[in-house]
Write a protein of this length. Sequence first.
Length: 141
Amino acid sequence: MELKSLTPDILVAGQIGAGDVAALAERGVRAIINNRPDGEGAGQPMLVDIERSANEHGIAFRSIPFTSGRQTMADVEAFRAALDELPRPLLIYCRTGMRSSSIWAMAQAGREPIDDLVRAAAGAGYDLSPMRPVLQALAAR
């Protein structure tokens, strides 16, 4: 499990498993947001197992799954609400971390400067520069 920082209290990762949750708890992670639908790939851990492990370790869990590139405004709004409601530090994850980084930036557009969002994602290894027009449109809302 490779954790990358988008902010000091928001981490992003590719797919995690139920067995990773204990290590996340030891690191002080207090919440997890899943962005990957069950059954997306062969051998993918089941969401219910990860959620059960999170509950056993006292970590809040939220699932906002969507297919990569097909997020809706309802997904973005649900993600924004989760960011506002969940304790920190928190981990967001999907298959590679890219869709989680993307929806994070979309949820933060209008709250944080777009350049800062793109730079933070780049620092974690995710190129969101092609999303600038989308982020600008969301910030203008």
